[in-house]
Design a protein around this ligand. Structure first.
Ligand SMILES: [Zn+2]
Length: 422
């Protein structure tokens, strides 16, 4: 029988137990510098999956696996005809990954479940912990491939045929570690999905806030620019007669930076530059470069793109260059579910944590899951905003705050479901 409901807000996760889980699983693929190298679908990934399965089953969960290797550990609720409220993240890492990116989201969820289990607290809806496959994208591209199939962004057969650098397909790698499950990816309804993650940026730490209430993921635009001038001799071509594509490109790099500075909150990056012919005594005749623009607001990205295009035209005219800028990717902003966000706010207030609203700068499994189920995320600060690095660090207290807010947000959402459907 369920225990009395008013006790729900008194439930406390155990910071030590969560920290022990983080440190114990960090040994699977642990690196000498204190990070983790646990690439997806390797034997190390199998070991941490096996650990997770045993831990979840010891709490009375049933673990199912879909055909993209995503794991779902379910604890029954009062009404098992209702889709579960899920929480989770990913257990794979970058080759020089840290101990917290991904692992915190799965292990905080496990700790939340353990807290319910120990208290004998029965939720209205079933509760699940999810481990998504290949979030990082460092062995198989693209990143977030399993949640992408789950959310309908990618085709399953296409995803399973993706190969790593040694030619092993995603499907073969799944079979290799025994984690190709019988359930078809995506055919697993959820009532909601909550993901705890380290911020991977400096804003919470700088603002001295405990919890990031994540309202969505910012929009991304990618452009390719080609500047064509004229190759000619570096010693004999007078300065006034040059059509220097690299000089134009350098001004375009400045223009991208200036456009981002004009719109506070936006970011703009030129991360790749190819210079032809690439010889010390030849004026560069052609440059190819990429532009990455991000902001939560589509209209700001439109304006930045217009400003950069106008600048590109002016640069072309000033230096006698042909400049072409082509848009190759426009990923719209993701806006998380208002009810899920409200549950996170209520949970943080109940626990007495300070909060800051954030749009995620990076992609996450939650972004794809949000296409098919009400979803949001909870961020905790990480030291100096560093991640995808062995030095990545969040304290025991910061991790515990994330898990506590996760637990209370799920319980808040569960109460709302009970009011609606009970
Ligand atoms: Zn991650």
């Amino acid at each position: 029988m369920p225990m009395s409901k008013p006790a729900a807000t008194n439930l406390r996760i155990d910071p030590e137990r969560l920290w022990d889980d983080l440190m114990e699983t960090a040994k699977i693929g642990g690196t000498p510098k204190g990070g983790i190298c646990r690439l997806t679908l390797t034997d190390l990934d199998r070991q941490v999956r096996d650990w997770f399965k045993v831990a979840a089953e010891s709490l009375g969960c049933t673990v199912t696996v879909d055909d993209m290797g995503a794991m779902f550990a379910r604890c029954p609720g009062q009404r098992n005809d209702i889709a579960p409220i899920a929480m989770g993240s990913h257990l794979d890492t970058q080759p020089t990954g840290g101990k917290f990116d991904g692992a915190l989201g799965v292990l905080a969820a496990l700790e939340a479940l353990r807290t319910l289990h120990r208290a004998g607290y029965e939720t209205f809806a079933p509760i699940e912990v999810v481990n998504w496959t290949n979030e990082e994208g460092s062995r198989f591209t693209p990143a977030m491939i399993a949640s992408g199939v789950f959310g309908g962004a990618f085709d399953r057969d296409w995803a399973q045929a993706r190969t790593d650098r040694s030619g092993v397909s995603f499907g073969e790698a799944l079979d290799g570690i025994g984690y190709r499950g019988p359930e078809r990816c995506g055919e697993h309804p959820l009532s909601a999905f909550f993901e705890v993650h380290i911020e991977q940026g400096p804003r919470l730490e700088a603002g001295n806030k405990d919890i990031g209430v994540v309202t969505g993921v910012q929009a991304i635009r990618w452009y390719e620019a080609t500047l064509i001038g004229q190759d000619s001799h570096a010693g004999t071509t007078p300065m006034q007669r040059r059509h220097d594509a690299l000089l134009g490109a350098s001004k375009l790099v400045q223009a991208v930076n200036a456009a981002a500075h004009r719109h506070p909150g936006a970011v703009g990056t030129v991360g790749l530059l190819e210079v032809k012919p690439g010889s010390p005594n030849v004026i560069p005749g052609e440059v190819f470069l990429t532009i990455d623009l991000r902001d939560p607001r589509e209209d700001v990205l439109d304006r930045m793109a217009q400003e950069i295009a106008a600048e590109a035209e002016a640069i072309g005219a000033a230096h006698g260059l042909t400049v072409a800028v082509k848009n190759i990717l426009a990923q719209p902003a993701v806006h998380f579910d208002p009810k899920c966000i409200a549950s996170v706010r209520a949970a943080a207030a109940t626990a007495g944590y300070s909060t800051m609203d954030l749009m995620s700068g990076a992609g996450h499994d939650a972004a794809y899951v949000s296409r098919v189920t009400p979803t949001t995320m909870i961020f905790v600060p990480c030291k100096d905003g560093i991640s995808h690095n062995e030095a990545e660090y969040s304290s025991k207290e910061q991790c515990a705050a994330g898990a506590q807010v996760l637990l209370q947000a799920v319980l808040d959402y569960d109460r709302k479901l009970a009011e609606k459907l009970g």
